[in-house]
Design a protein around this ligand. Structure first.
Ligand code: PEP
Length: 250
């Protein structure tokens, strides 16, 4: 059984007081947490405060990126074991903003996934097509390439805990979300490719999220799709009220 997940990506927003107030508000607003895993991914500078603030709650904390080396002269980078040591259990890898603005490639995403898994961090592995790619009809090829290259060299056992996030780039931060049917179509295709490459058991176990302008207003319709195991939320995860409504979608 795949446990649904709602993950919030705060991107480069909030300072400590805001983060602490957010967690307090969120805790107050969660009245019926059904069977759903909740992960908050703040910027590096807030990880420690948020980890402290969520103690005693069911919320988990993830980072938004990680480097692939364990230590060394890599000024400005953060190693997987540093995140794990802090109390992070998840890490976003390959977000489209990192691919678009920071030169992330399938190969560097693959290195990050391996390094994260190596210390017990669960990667939230993002992939998705651009608007141009969708309009030229290559969505499936692009997503498949990102999936297969990202997972290169990993075994079925290693990939089972990975959470894949299908995030069409044209839907991120634009207010223009994919329809639940669009999301289901690509996600079910990705699950099929995982089953084909590894096994149907692995395909059935890997969680696949949708991300792109998820809001309280569209969460229920998205979650009704059979292959969609949860959501990665950007903008709507910044306000405790909207994030709480998304978490309590049932
Ligand atoms: C994201 O940053 O991963 C995201 C999906 O953003 P938004 O919900 O704002 O589209």
């Amino acid at each position: 059984m795949r446990i649904p997940m709602v993950a919030g990506n705060w991107k480069m927003y909030k300072v400590r007081a805001e983060a602490e107030a957010f967690v307090q508000d969120l805790r107050a607003q969660i009245t019926h947490l059904q069977d759903v895993e909740v992960v908050i991914c703040p910027p590096y500078t807030l990880l420690e405060s948020v980890i402290r603030a969520v103690q005693g709650s069911p919320f988990q904390v993830g980072a938004q990126n990680v480097y692939w080396e364990e230590q060394g002269a890599f000024t400005g980078e953060v190693a997987p074991s540093m995140l794990y040591d802090l109390g992070c259990r998840y890490v976003i890898c390959g977000h489209s903003e990192r691919r678009q603005y920071f030169g992330e490639t399938d190969e560097t995403v693959n290195r990050r996934l391996k390094a994260a898994l190596g210390v017990g961090l669960i990667p939230i592995f993002c992939l998705g097509e651009t608007l141009e790619e969708r309009e030229t009809g290559v969505t499936f090829q692009v997503c498949e390439r990102q999936l297969i290259n990202g997972l290169h060299g990993l075994t079925g056992d290693q990939i089972t805990p990975i959470v894949v996030a299908y995030e069409p780039v044209w839907a991120i931060g634009t207010g223009r979300n994919a329809t639940p049917q669009d999301a289901q179509e690509v996600i079910s295709y990705l699950r099929g490719r995982i089953s084909e490459k590894y096994s149907s058991a692995v395909g059935e176990q890997v969680r696949i999220l949708y991300g792109g302008s998820v809001k309280p207003e569209n969460i229920q319709a998205l979650m009704a799709e059979p292959d969609l195991d949860g959501v990665l939320v950007g903008g709507a995860s910044l306000e405790a009220a909207s994030f709480a409504r998304i978490i309590q979608y049932g």
